[in-house]
Ligand binder design. Structure first.
Ligand code: PLP
Length: 423
């Protein structure tokens, strides 16, 4: 059932580090190897062995409409016919920029890039230039792409200096990165008290999606907003996952919080490589060529990617987000009931079309509590699902994604797969 994938993987590791172009795909943390995908349509993804799976990864977020949505495919095909890159402005860049500014009231101007990583790196540079300060606060377990400054790990205890989160990042680069536990406003306030005049920005996922799904407690985002205001720092909401997913106006619309800058990616590219960052006009105009802050990209605003993004957002404008959220809520309740029958302790965090199964008796509200999840059992769960045609994230610290293409039958089949799995 997985022989051709296994063979391709065996060969790929000779030419590509770990056989993959992004590490989590290797499935190492669930003691498996990657499935090679041949094609995907709607809620289903098909491996090179011809096996079809119900897909709860959705390319890690972009495919909120499901795979190969006909409107998006049509737009991409038409764009390709007109040429794949110009290196000069095209009208679709303006169309997508306007759509983003209309969707997110906090965004008055936006610049397109080609990945979420580029968006957050550029937003950080801009925040530093605007405030004339160098430090930033991020949250333990928060992910903002693989820019050096973000790849920091908490040192011993909060409010101490950070250490590089990976070899290859100099100490000096992360010495400006301060780390607090998610949902812990006191820790953030403590950092501001110590370093207030040096902090350029707080970077936060408005609902964290890269340590599994963590919901912000009601006071958390408003608290960050007022601390940033008090100390003259910018609030940057990283909506690379949540943008156009939690609602059409992102998590910021859902929670009613207004950041100074927003970073985006994933859904706005409709499966093509796109990222974006935007915010207050006065800040954005500091970018070159209107201002002194350098930022550029050969493929930024790429016409094919813009067409995919526009087509995706147009369909999303007509999509019923609350209906999808209530399907997911119902599905999660059914999952909980099955785990309860099995006598397995579980905490399923969910928001809109996202959920994460943490196998723990604790309430998961930050990275420390996320790490109480039973990873050995999660690995069994992953394999059990995969054997039964359900494709979930190969890690306990990722979000499962549901698309508008998922059907009641997909949910029912996934539930009966879980019934069947011995944990
Ligand atoms: C995926 C992600 C990024 C990085 O985006 P890439 O396109 O993978 O570079 C940044 N921030 C968040 C919150 C993400 O989930």
């Amino acid at each position: 059932m997985e022989t051709r994938s296994a063979k391709l993987y065996e060969e790929a590791v000779k030419y590509i580090p770990g056989g993959v172009n992004s590490p989590v795909r290797a499935c190492g943390s669930v003691d498996s190897f990657p499935l090679f995908i041949s094609h995907a349509k709607g809620s289903k993804i098909t491996s090179v062995d011809g096996v079809e799976y119900i897909d709860f990864v959705e390319s890690w977020g972009p495919m909120l409409l499901g795979h190969a949505h006909p409107e998006v495919t049509k737009a991409v095909q038409a764009a390709i016919e007109r040429g794949t890159s110009f290196g000069a402005p095209c009208e679709d860049e303006l169309v997508l920029a306007k759509m983003v500014c209309e969707a997110l009231p906090s965004v008055e101007m936006v610049r397109m890039v080609s990945s979420g990583t580029e968006a957050t790196m550029s937003a950080l540079r801009l925040a530093r230039a605007y405030t004339g300060r160098n430090k930033m606060i991020k949250f333990d377990g928060g992910y903002h792409g693989h820019g050096d400054a973000f790849l920091a790990a908490a040192g011993s205890g909060v409010a101490t200096f950070s250490v590089p989160g990976t070899p290859g990042v100099p100490d000096a680069v992360v010495s400006e990165t301060l780390i607090a536990p998610y949902n812990d406003l006191n820790a953030v306030e403590e950092l501001f008290k110590q370093h207030g005049n040096d902090i350029a920005a707080v970077f936060a996922e408005p609902a964290a999606g890269n340590m599994g799904l963590i919901i912000p407690e009601p006071e958390f985002l408003p608290g960050l907003r007022s601390l940033c205001d008090k100390y003259g720092a910018l609030l940057v909401l990283d909506e690379v996952i949540t943008g156009f997913r939690v609602s059409y106006s992102g998590a910021q619309g859902h929670y009613g919080v207004k950041p100074d800058l927003t970073t985006m990616g994933k859904i706005i590219g409709g499966g093509m490589p796109v990222g974006a960052f935007g915010g207050r006009r006065e800040i954005m105009q500091m970018l070159s060529p209107t201002g002194p802050v350098y930022q550029a990209g050969t493929l930024s605003g790429n016409p094919v990617a813009m067409a995919a993004g526009i087509a995706t957002l147009k369909v999303l404008q007509k999509s019923d987000y609350p209906a999808l959220a209530s399907k997911v809520e119902n599905f999660c309740q059914n999952l909980e009931a099955i785990f309860a029958k099995k006598g397995v302790q579980v905490c399923i965090n969910r928001l809109a079309s996202m959920f994460t199964i943490f196998l723990t008796g604790q309430k998961v509200k930050d990275f420390a509590s996320a790490k109480t999840s039973d990873l050995a059992m999660l690995s069994k769960l992953y394999k059990g699902f995969r054997e039964r045609g359900v494709y979930v994230a190969p890690s306990g610290f990722e979000v499962s994604m549901v698309s508008f293409a998922h059907t009641d039958e997909d949910f029912a089949r996934t539930l009966s797969a879980l019934e069947d799995i011995k944990l």
